[in-house]
Ligand binder design. Structure first.
Ligand code: NAI
Ligand SMILES: CC(C)[C@@H](O)CC[C@@H](C)[C@H]1CC[C@H]2[C@@H]3[C@H](O)CC4=CC(=O)CC[C@]4(C)[C@H]3CC[C@]12C
Length: 414
């Protein structure tokens, strides 16, 4: 890891709706001249329509928060897409609306922990985008289950690629693979090469780190047919946007408290956040460019980033919850840290006591408190340099879309 290299072409523009035309945007920065040049020198993937739609993509976890955005972005932005397979434990009803477009959409209900189900779904795919996982830092599932899904599930995806001849695998890793670590050391405007002691105890970051390692180590393995597997991993920081359940939980908490949220984290503690649409776009772009730049990108990790501002987790959430009528009380934490620690530990005890009766999984626990209290921000341009990534959505667009979503789903339009 750490190989660096030149950038690449490729800017997209997102249009709304799954059936929208998928047009290749003009070559960046050339405007109309770019369109004329494309006629003379078509870009990769600009072949005629018969050749253009030739690839089969599989998205695991395609019905999740990020997965759905990846699915919709592929349908809008990938001209070579012939078939899109969506593999998930829980299929969403919205998939039906996707089946009216020119791309064959195949919904597959399956479990990544079941190797035979994964192999059946992967067989014949050219590209796999593996987003499926258990994102649990609230004690909802056991450490064993987290490991089974996130690690063994990823192992099953890798082996399915090798056994069936799929050559390109993009893995959705996480910032948590790096940190914050158990020592609470800050990671301030770091990049993919910044030295940092990535030491974890919680089952979620441990599982993501193990899975990422499996994916990167699989780069170069011979797949069926004798060609090498090309893998890479994307590390989003805290993703926000349409469909973010934790944002919805904060909003409901504020409503229960009379339109107020009470500051628990110092405003000085910055947490990196990234808009889900830009994370989805990076997945689409890296999957495309991985096919043309295997030597440079194979075995690499890339943080997911955009122009979202650096703020504390709570202040950042208020960018969306404020316009929806909530107020963050306090310019500094209203409770001392030791009391927050006590309450967090009490939540763990209550969760254990109540487990035979109900699932009690509040936002505050020792892990989430430590995460929120530790600065973790990234500043990097590796994805731009390696495969021409630029955010598709500006901060203003990302903010507006997220506010509209909160207002729409919570009926809080003012
Ligand atoms: N939400 C965030 O802030 C971040 C998420 N990530 C990663 O992004 C990926 C997607 O995360 P989210 O969309 O937030 O989570 P999510 O829970 O909304 O989506 C995960 C999807 O995977 C599916 N899934 C879970 N277990 C499965 C199994 N055994 N077999 C098949 N499908 C299964 C779920 O049904 C769900 O549709 C995860 O790998 C996560 O680690 C990384 C960084 C930040
Ligand atoms: C109750 C308060 C202390 C409140 O501020 C707690 C916030 C807490 C729920 C979040 C703070 C940091 C978040 C995590 C971070 O964005 C990194 C993540 C990466 C992932 O791969 C999955 C989600 C998460 C662990 C994210 C979860 C919510 C926080 C812990």
């Amino acid at each position: 890891m750490g190989r660096e290299g030149g950038g690449a072409s490729g800017r997209g523009r997102c249009v709304a709706g799954p059936g929208a035309c998928r047009r290749r945007p003009p070559v960046a920065g050339l405007g109309g001249l770019g369109l004329w040049l494309q006629c003379l020198f078509p870009q990769p993937g600009m072949a005629d329509s018969a050749q253009a739609q030739k690839l089969v993509y599989l998205v695991t976890g395609g019905c999740g928060f990020l997965g759905e955005h990846v699915v919709r972005m592929l349908l809008q932005q990938e001209p070579q897409l012939r078939e899109l397979r969506i593999f998930d434990l829980h299929l969403g009803p919205w998939l039906e609306e996707l089946k009216t477009g020119p791309v064959q959409v195949t919904a597959i209900q399956g479990d990544v922990t079941q190797a035979h189900e994964v192999a059946a779904a992967v067989a014949g795919a050219h590209v796999v985008i593996h987003t499926a996982g258990l994102v649990d830092v609230f004690g909802k599932t056991s450490p064993e289950t987290i490991h089974e899904v996130n690690v063994q599930g990823t192992r099953n995806v890798i082996e399915a690629c090798v056994q069936t001849g799929t050559r390109f695998l993009v893995y959705t890793s996480s910032m948590e693979v790096v940190g914050p670590n158990i020592k609470g050391q800050p990671f301030y405007r770091g990049n993919e090469n910044t030295p940092y002691e990535a030491v974890h105890r919680h089952p979620y970051p441990c599982s993501k780190a193990l899975a990422e390692q499996l994916v990167l180590e699989a780069n170069g393995r011979k797949v069926l047919g004798g060609l090498p597997l090309v893998t890479c991993a994307l590390r989003p920081t805290g993703i926000y946007g349409e469909g973010h359940q934790i944002m919805r939980d904060f909003y409901h908490q504020g409503l229960r408290l009379g339109g107020r949220l009470f500051r628990a984290i110092p405003a000085s503690v910055e947490h990196g956040r990234v808009y889900v649409g830009n994370v989805a776009w990076m997945h689409v772009l890296v999957a495309r460019e991985l096919q043309h730049r295997a030597a440079l990108m194979g075995g690499q990790v890339y943080f997911c980033y955009d122009n979202s501002p650096y703020k504390s987790y709570e202040d950042f959430n208020m960018e969306f919850l404020g316009p929806c009528g909530l107020r963050l009380v306090g310019t500094r934490p209203l409770l001392p840290y030791w009391l927050l620690l006590f309450l967090a530990a009490l939540n763990v005890l209550l969760q254990w006591l109540l487990r035979p009766l109900l699932l009690y999984a509040p936002l505050l626990n020792p892990y989430t408190l430590a995460m929120a209290n530790t600065t973790f921000t990234v500043s990097t341009d590796k994805a731009r340099r390696h495969f021409g990534y630029e955010p598709l959505f500006s901060w203003e667009e990302s903010r507006t879309r997220t506010i509209r979503w909160v207002q729409a789903v919570e009926g809080s339009a003012q």
